[in-house]
Structure formats: structure tokens, C-alpha cells
Design a protein around this ligand. Structure first.
Ligand SMILES: [Zn+2]
Length: 389
């Protein structure tokens, strides 16, 4: 049976303009958004649950495009169990793997990296920790992978690839492999900036990125070490459609610089906000909210643009049906508000002030996952969930 959400305040359907819903209520059924209209039209008795937003905002669930998943809801890097479920309490309803490079003893030969990607993709097909959808199985690009390997991977359901951790002596060595992966239909993210952990590759700057032309310049503000200001400018101006992924576990000064450049040159559609966690920087359940608040309060992003960069823009780059509030879209959404005690009036005002919005309610795949995040402060408004029956 369905779930209705009524008395919605400041909504955002996930596009760049932050277009609000055409109405102040919606109904979720069979894991989809089935109806959008006004609260007066909703009969509570027709629904299993009614979420009364009490004027708080409703937005699509956040999609984090840089999450270091391995297997299960466990990160070996920070030895933490249950991190994905905890990130849901920071608004992340969908995670995209940045490759399973943190698997202890991970393979580096072509047969091994292929097997790892296939296994990870399969393991998360129906496993939704806490209700989070995980797109796992990002093949780590290593020397020796051929066109036939990429065709085989695609056939097996793998559609993500990661450049930057392979045993290429020079970043330019990635160029033909990235092109072969893209040709086979994989979405390729490339490591950007200095090496992230001891033993990892040499720095990847603008020249190598522009030669590779990945779909996504991963942590383009450094992970955690940034490129030069000149390289930032080159990637924004000469990078074509390459997505510019700004991450929490990167360099904030560089993120602000790239956000300014993107806006100045009308490239805001290329901006994605992500966490790049769990990593050495930590396990950060509120990473996306923090990145949004930092780039709105200290940087040039509007709340609308920051929200698009964790919803609709990510969905566009990765060709996912999620990240938007529209009829037929996956029923992944959040009720957001100014946190209790904030001088802001709503979630947008909170971001402008640098306060983290409260995640009052999360619904994923059409199911209520919680009514009150355990990781954010409570909302200012009395958001409630009612069982009409
Ligand atoms: Zn990473």
C-alpha cells in the first residue's frame, strides 16, 4: 500500500534550477513516485502511512558518486561496520563505488580485477544496507586489460571503471585503457591530484586528465592533495563534458576555486558533490551535507545548485533514473529542514549560514527508513509520521 507525503514546504525536484514540485504533496507506490498534487486532495485513510512535512522541504535522496565500498556494510580502511546505513542518516540514499580498491589484498592482474568487479556488482544487486542502493563493481584499470575484457565485463553487468590505482608507470599509460573502457560503455572516473595513500600512483594533473577524457574527474579538488590553480582552470575550460567531482575528503580551497571557475564559465552542470570516504580522512556520515554547506556558505554555490550536484546532476552523468522528484522516478526522498536552534528558516537558509540541514525523514525504494536522523540535529518543524489505519 502507498505512502503519502503532505504539507511540503520548500521542495527541489533535482534539476539545476531547483524547480519546486508542482504541488505540496506526493504519493509513493511500488517503489516509485506515483502521484504529485496538493495536500487537500490526499485522503489519509487511502494510505499505509502519511508523512506530515509540516512545511519542511522535500528533495530527492542524495547520490554519493565517490564511496569506497568493499563487501557488505563494512569498510576495512576505518574498520567500521554499518557505515552505509549510517550515511543514510546523512541523506545518502544511493552510493556509487569508487572501485573496491580497499579490499585487503586486492588483485592487480586482469583476471583478478575483473573477478573483483563482477563479484562486487553481483553482491550489491539486491543487498540494500539500511535501504541504501549501492552501485558497486567498478573495475580497477590495470595494464593488460583489453577491449575483449571490457566487452566481457559489460556483458556481466559491470558498468563502472576507475583509473588511478593501476600499475602504470606514467599517467599517460591510462589513455588507451580509459578510451577502451568508455568505448565498451563503462562510465570511467579518474583519480585527480596527488597520490592518496602510501604506495599509490604519481600525481595526475590536467594534462593527463585531458588526454584520458574520463567521464568524471574524481575528487578534482584533490583526494586529498589538490592540483595547481592553473590545472584547475585547464580542466574547467578544456575538459569538455568531463564531470567535476568536488569531495569532502579533499582540499576545500581548491573546491571553492573550481566552483567559482565553473560558475564563471557556465559549467555548473558539470559539478558533482561527493564524499570520497571512507578513506584515510575518515568515515563521515554527514559528508554530503557538510560539502554542500561549505560550498554554499563559503563558496559561490546557491543552495539549489548544491542540491542538484548531489541529485539530478549525478543521475545525468551516471545515467541513473534516480535523483529527481517526478512521476515514475524511484521513491527515494528526504524531508529536510533547518536544524532546531538554527536562525535559518528552512534547509536552504541553513546551507547559506553554513548550518547542516536536519534530515527529518528518509524514504528509499518507497519504504520509510527513519523518522529522525540519528546523525543530524532534529528539524525545526514538527515533522510527523501518521499511521491512518
Ligand atoms: Zn577515492
Amino acid at each position: 500500500m502507498s505512502i503519502a507525503v503532505v504539507r511540503i514546504g520548500s521542495s527541489h525536484t533535482g534539476d539545476l534550477a531547483g524547480t519546486p514540485l508542482d504541488g505540496d504533496a506526493l504519493v509513493l507506490e511500488d517503489e516509485r513516485i506515483a502521484w504529485i498534487g496538493t495536500s487537500e486532495e490526499v485522503r489519509p485513510a487511502d494510505h499505509r502511512l502519511v508523512v506530515d512535512a509540516a512545511g519542511a522541504g522535500v528533495v530527492p535522496g542524495f547520490i554519493d558518486s565517490h564511496v569506497h565500498v568493499t563487501f557488505g556494510d563494512y569498510t576495512p580502511r576505518q574498520q567500521t561496520v554499518g557505515f552505509l546505513e549510517s550515511y543514510l542518516h546523512g541523506g545518502m540514499t544511493r552510493a556509487i563505488s569508487a572501485s573496491e580498491v580497499h579490499v585487503p589484498g586486492r588483485p592487480t592482474d586482469p583476471a583478478g580485477v575483473k573477478a573483483l568487479a563482477v563479484a562486487a556488482e553481483r553482491c550489491f544487486r539486491s543487498y540494500r544496507p539500511g535501504g541504501v542502493t549501492v552501485h558497486a563493481g567498478s573495475v580497477i584499470l590495470e595494464p593488460g586489460l583489453t577491449d575483449a575484457d571490457f566487452a566481457e565485463l559489460r556483458q556481466a553487468g559491470v558498468w563502472l571503471a576507475k583509473a588511478g590505482f593501476g600499475a602504470f608507470p606514467d599517467p599517460m599509460g591510462y589513455v588507451p585503457v580509459v578510451q577502451a573502457a568508455r568505448q565498451a560503455g563503462l562510465v570511467v572516473m579518474c583519480h585527480t591530484g596527488g597520490g592518496s595513500i602510501p604506495g599509490s600512483q604519481r600525481a595526475i594533473g590536467a594534462e593527463a586528465l585531458l588526454a584520458m577524457q574520463p567521464d568524471v574527474a574524481g575528487h578534482v579538488n584533490g583526494g586529498p592533495t589538490a592540483m595547481s590553480d592553473e590545472d584547475n582552470q585547464r580542466v574547467v575550460l578544456e575538459g569538455g563534458d568531463m564531470a567535476l567531482q568536488l569531495v569532502q575528503a579533499g582540499n576545500l580551497r581548491s573546491a571553492i576555486d573550481i566552483a567559482h571557475l565553473a560558475l564563471e564559465h557556465h559549467q555548473e552542470h558539470r559539478l558533482l558533490l561527493a564524499s570520497d570516504t571512507p578513506t584515510g580522512t575518515g568515515m563521515i556520515p554527514l559528508a554530503l551535507l557538510r560539502t554542500m554547506a561549505e560550498l554554499v556558505s563559503l563558496g559561490p554555490l546557491s543552495p539549489e545548485l548544491a542540491l542538484a550536484a548531489v541529485t539530478g546532476s549525478v543521475a545525468r552523468v551516471y545515467d541513473l533514473p534516480a535523483g529527481r522528484l517526478a512521476l515514475g522516478a524511484p521513491a527515494d526522498l528526504l524531508v529536510l529542514d533547518a536544524p532546531v536552534g538554527s536562525v535559518a528558516k528552512d534547509w536552504k537558509g541553513a546551507l547559506r549560514l553554513g548550518d547542516l540541514p536536519a534530515v527529518a525523514v528518509a524514504l528509499t525504494a518507497g519504504e520509510l527508513r527513519f523518522a529522525r536522523s540519528r546523525n543530524t540535529p532534529p528539524p525545526s518543524r514538527p515533522v510527523t509520521v501518521v499511521h491512518p489505519a
